[in-house]
Structures are given as C-alpha cells and as structure tokens.
Design a protein around this ligand. Sequence first.
Ligand SMILES: NC(=O)c1ccc[n+]([C@@H]2O[C@H](COP(=O)([O-])OP(=O)(O)OC[C@H]3O[C@@H](n4cnc5c(N)ncnc54)[C@H](O)[C@@H]3O)[C@@H](O)[C@H]2O)c1
Ligand SMILES: [Zn+2]
Ligand SMILES: [Zn+2]
Length: 352
Amino acid sequence: MAKGEPVQTVEILVPDPGPGEAVVTIQACGVCHTDLAYRDGGINDEFPFLLGHEAAGVVESIGEGVTNVAVGDFVVLNWRAVCGQCRACGRGEPQYCFDTFNASQKMTLADGTPLTPALGIGSFADRTLVHSGQCTKVDPEARPAAVGLLGCGVMAGLGAAINTGGVTRGQSVAVIGCGGVGAAAIAGAALAGASRIIAVDLEDRKLEWAKGLGATHTINSSEGDVVEAIRELTGGFGADVVIDAVGIPLTWKQAFYARDLAGTLVLVGVPHPDAKVPEIPLVDVFGHGGALKSSWYGDCLPSRDFPMLVDLYQQGRLDLDAFVSEEIGLDDVEGAFTKMHKGDVLRSVVIL
Ligand SMILES: NC(=O)c1ccc[n+]([C@@H]2O[C@H](COP(=O)([O-])OP(=O)(O)OC[C@H]3O[C@@H](n4cnc5c(N)ncnc54)[C@H](O)[C@@H]3O)[C@@H](O)[C@H]2O)c1
Ligand SMILES: [Zn+2]
Ligand SMILES: [Zn+2]
C-alpha cells in the first residue's frame, strides 16, 4: 500500500513473541478514522502500514517474562501500554504515561519488508504481535466485535466524559460531534449520571443514534447558533462540561462559550496540525474560569477501565452493541472507509 492508495490484503510474517511480547489471534477489529489517516499519509510516511487497532482476541503465545496475561486469555488490545518508569508514571498518573510500550520486533511482508503497525497494534490480521502490556484481560463471555471497540474510539469518548471531564450525577453535558467518539461521550455522560445531555451534530441521523445512547436533547448545528441553543437548554447558563469531539477551531470556540461559569471544556477530537486556537479575548478565558482540557485516549488506564466497562456491558448498563453498525470481512475495509467518510456508520467491525 502506498500513500492514498486502496488498502490490500496480503500475507504477512509474524515472529514468535520475544521477551515482554505476545502474539494475539484477532477475532474482531473496528475500522477507525485513524486507519484512514494512516492510509492517506496523515500520520507519518512509514509505509507499508499494517492497519487496524480496535481489536479483541485470544492470546496465542507469550514471550519470556510475561506475567500479566497467559495463553488462552481473552483480551482487548490497547495503544498505551504504560511504562511504570517515566515522570507521569512516577508521580502516580500512569494514564498520562510519556513512554508507552510497543513490541520491539517487527512483523514483515513475505519478502522481509518491515511493516509499521497502526498505533503499534496492526490488527486487520489473523494474528498480530504486540507488547504484553497492550493486552488487557476481560470477561471471555463478551462479544468480541463490541468490546474490541474499547481499544480506541469508544474508550476515548467514554473517558473524555468520565475521566477527563469528571462528569458526575446531576450535571449538564453538551457533546459537539456525535460520531463514534462523541456518541461514546454521550454514553459516558449517561453512565456517570448527568441529568441533561445535549447532543450536537450537523446530521440528524447522528442525533437519533445519540438519543439511543442517552442524549436528552439534540441540536442540529446547521440550523442556528449552537452556543445560544445550548444556553437555552441549560437555564440560560451553559453546560457544566462541554466536549468537543470534532476538533476544529469552530467547534472548540463553541465549546468554550457554551460552558457555564467555572465549566470544563474537553477537547477529544484530534485537530489538524495547521489548526490554531481561535482568537478569544484573554479576559474571557479569565472570566469564564473553569478548565480547558485535552483528552488523550480518554485518559484511560486500560487495566482499570477495560474490565470494568466490559462488566457494565455484560450487565446491560453500557450499550457497546449500539456502536457496531455492521460486521464485515477483512476484504471490505476499503468499502468501510467510504461508509465512514459518508457518515453511514458509527463503526464497521471486521470479523476474523
Ligand atoms: N483523543 C483521542 O484519543 C482520540 C481517539 C480516537 C479518535 N479521536 C478523534 O475524535 C474525533 C471524532 O472521531 P469519530 O470517530 O467520532 O469521527 P466521526 O467522523 O465519526 O464523527 C465526527 C462527527 O462530527 C460531526 N461534525 C463535523 N463537523 C461538525 C460541526 N461543525 N459541528 C457539529 N458536528 C460536526 C460529523 O457529522 C460526525 O458525526 C476525530 O478527530 C478523531 O481523530 C480522538
Ligand atoms: Zn510511563
Ligand atoms: Zn482508533
């Protein structure tokens, strides 16, 4: 695969796991925007890539010294295996780890060309090689297509509300952009007990899905002033927490002004490298108070959050099935990119 060209299915070689590594048989893997960004050269130029990173599967073999998982464990893969040594880990905040681990060996094409696995995972494959810390053991009874999504976008959204935004019972929350990530932020706000959850998107279809996940009110932002509409729905004040799940200057500015005094803005959408902070009078930053935060991977700690969220899913308290718009085969990834681009799906999930 070269920059911008359609993805291809080819044979790859997966080495036996070395020290600290594991080989995982993949059962399901979601198609995420980041895979498309890799294909288009938007992440880096280290082609060829092995795409796929929202996956669940079974540990097939482990290398020397691996103790956190065993052969046969059902695991969800993550792209932030914490190091335990860096400045963030040292001060007891491993969710911010500045030096996360990936496998040290390379998977290759049949001719020996090294592959760059997307987010250090590469799980559009029957089996993949990862660092053992990238494997989190969860309830083996859970549906792989649903819980694999916790590996990226759904965790980012849930965590943006629960971890970064610190949403609690009775709060008002607005989420701008209700794709897979924003819809998960809505589900997260509902899980945390927010009493007013406002979904904002340009597309009515997304707003309908958001209602199914717990949105109490919806705003189609193509129809008027978003900030005014959010204020109207919150007694004229603005929401306690506003989550920008788009990540463009326009939505960030809307989120900034749609907060109540001392409210929190959470940026979880990933901005384009050329985007700038919109011009805002500094006195407004002071006057509004509160917090302007960014959310990396929902500030999650996979070992803490994945098993807990899978348990809530199994108990029927978190509808991860709602994010699985369709199950597809490995050869359908290119078609899934088109559907994602047109907004037809929250997630297409490859079943292996
Ligand atoms: N922070 C993280 O760790 C993390 C992890 C995964 C994904 N992301 C990012 O989250 C963002 C959303 O991902 P996604 O998978 O939900 O994408 P998506 O394309 O499925 O969803 C984006 C949604 O925003 C809506 N939208 C676009 N412009 C809008 C506007 N001006 N006002 C209101 N709504 C608007 C679209 O209609 C769509 O529903 C992306 O930037 C993605 O890269 C971040
Ligand atoms: Zn660390
Ligand atoms: Zn992703």
